[in-house]
Design a binder for this molecule. Structure first.
Ligand code: NDP
Length: 451
């Protein structure tokens, strides 16, 4: 038996690292085990490289707008290999920072794949480590089995490592990952088809955002193949063909599978210890992230609550503060802002119109306009904003935006919603002018009242 610890964390992604560092700050002796790179999905193969690719794609639009402002001879050719090299260097740098942060916090690290072998005991490549508390933070990975042949497609892992822009791209799925990459590759000049089985993308989002995003993607040149399920993906000369259940076939040089993600439980030894999982394979936890087995906690995508990096971090810190800091903390999953980095992007927090209407009377405030910069440069893209207000208490229940800077704007608004702000609070807030964000405090009359 090797060294004893107060906590063993399995998985050095955003959640595991945050929990381990916080526990160490409270004086705990912590070991973190990771079989892959330090930083997890978000840093290595998710949010960060995706946003770097989104920035690259955004220049095409900036060049177009620049011409409207009088700039001449802007533009050029995108060299994806250059981007890929710079991106790899940046991810190496960030991984280095994550490693340093762990070291600087006094967290011990082991490389290898960990497995629970007994209560309070973990095996890593034949070596055993012991701790009274074990935190599972192994995240998720792309699902590849929605229909036959799909395993041949790229996932978000591989698409972020491309060094060459494909001639055409078929994106399968209508969630966060699907719409973000459809938008990015359209920005890079690729002929993109986005195929999803629902009538609109982004199931679960406010319907007005969903409709407007579909329109905006179509206006960007993305072909929307909506409302039909999928039968099989075949490899053909020069690329792939997707057969749909209505008999139609869609061809493309490259295919991105974005049909969701699954919790990473394989090889963790959950069955041996009797750690309960649900039908989606996620570890079942209570409000304090305790699993069904005493001494084992789980956070982040592995638990399939809100699969977002900041939520995993909050869950990890709440666990550490509760268990080692002597201050019980619980994450409130009700008001969680989220962003979708399409062009235009989405920022959203709180209830959708459908959810709000199910709770009682709701006043719906809306604003839609062509932002100053777009109008001046001759662009057509519009911004859309919506506030959902409780018809009885006046409390703002939801804030939604599709338009430039929406994620940045909604991040600030989420503070107000977390504090329980009312529409009167929005009304007495003085605008910052000229901005797009000021529209959120200038909406006077409801567009409609739902009883
Ligand atoms: P999502 O759950 O968002 O979307 C999955 C998509 O795949 C849906 O459109 C779903 O369709 C479709 N799908 C699932 N199964 C099938 C099937 N059998 N046949 C056809 N279509 C299918 O998953 P993503 O992979 O896009 O993202 C995973 C998670 O990662 C998200 O939940 C999000 O929390 C996180 N993420 C966050 C980002 C951000 O914060 N900006 C960016 C990227 C990811 P349907 O709706 O019809 O079920």
């Amino acid at each position: 038996m090797e060294t004893d610890y107060d906590l063993i964390t399995i998985g050095a992604g955003s959640g595991g690292v945050a929990a381990s560092r916080r526990a160490a700050a409270h004086g705990a002796k912590v070991l973190i085990v990771e079989g892959d790179r330090v930083g997890g999905t978000c840093v290595i193969r998710g949010c960060v490289p995706k946003k770097l690719m989104m920035y690259a794609a955004g220049f095409a639009q900036v060049f177009r707008e620049a011409e409207g402002f009088g700039w001449k001879e802007v533009g050029g050719r995108f060299d994806m290999a250059h981007w890929a090299g710079a991106k790899a260097a940046e991810i190496d740098r960030l991984e280095g920072i994550y490693r340093q942060l762990l070291e600087g916090s006094g967290v011990a690290r082991e490389s290898g794949w960990a497995r629970l072998v007994a209560p309070g005991e973990v095996e890593v490549d034949g070596r055993r480590f012991r701790a009274p508390r074990i935190l599972l933070a192994t995240g998720g990975s792309p699902a590849r089995d929605a229909f036959p042949g799909l395993e041949q497609a790229m996932t978000s892992n591989e698409v972020l490592d491309l060094a060459e822009v494909p001639q055409s791209l078929l994106v399968i799925g209508g969630g966060f990952i699907a719409v973000e990459f459809a938008s990015i590759f359209a920005g890079l000049g690729v002929k993109v088809t986005l195929a999803y089985r629902d009538v609109l993308p982004l199931r679960g989002f406010d319907a007005d955002l969903r409709r407007r995003l579909a329109d905006a993607l179509a206006a960007r040149g993305v072909t929307l193949a909506a409302g039909v399920g999928f039968a099989e993906l075949h490899r053909v000369a020069g690329g792939f063909e997707l057969s749909r259940i209505d008999g139609s076939v869609i061809g493309a040089a490259a295919v991105l599978n974005a049909t969701g993600r699954r919790p990473n439980t394989k090889g963790l030894g959950l069955e041996a210890l009797g750690v309960a999982t649900d039908r989606a394979g996620a570890v079942v936890v209570d409000a304090d992230s305790r699993s069904s087995v005493p001494g084992v906690w789980a956070i982040g995508d592995l638990t399939n609550r809100r699969n977002l990096t900041p939520v995993a971090i909050a869950e990890g810190r709440a666990f550490a503060d509760t268990e080692f800091g002597g201050a019980p903390v619980r994450v409130d999953h009700r008001v969680v802002a989220a962003a979708v980095f399409t062009d235009p992007p989405i920022g959203t927090v709180g209830l959708t119109e459908e959810q709000a209407a199910a709770q009682g009377p709701v006043d719906v405030y809306e604003s839609e306009f062509r932002p100053m910069k777009t109008a001046f440069s001759g662009g057509q893209q519009r911004a859309y904003m919506k506030l959902l207000v409780d018809g009885l208490s006046g409390r703002v229940l939801g804030a939604h935006m599709l338009g430039a800077d929406a994620p940045e704007i909604v991040q600030s608004l989420s503070v107000a919603l977390t504090c329980g702000a009312t529409k009167r609070d929005f009304d007495r807030t003085i605008a910052v002018h000229p901005t797009a964000a000021e529209e959120f405090v200038l909406m006077r009359e409801p567009a409609r009242r739902l009883l």
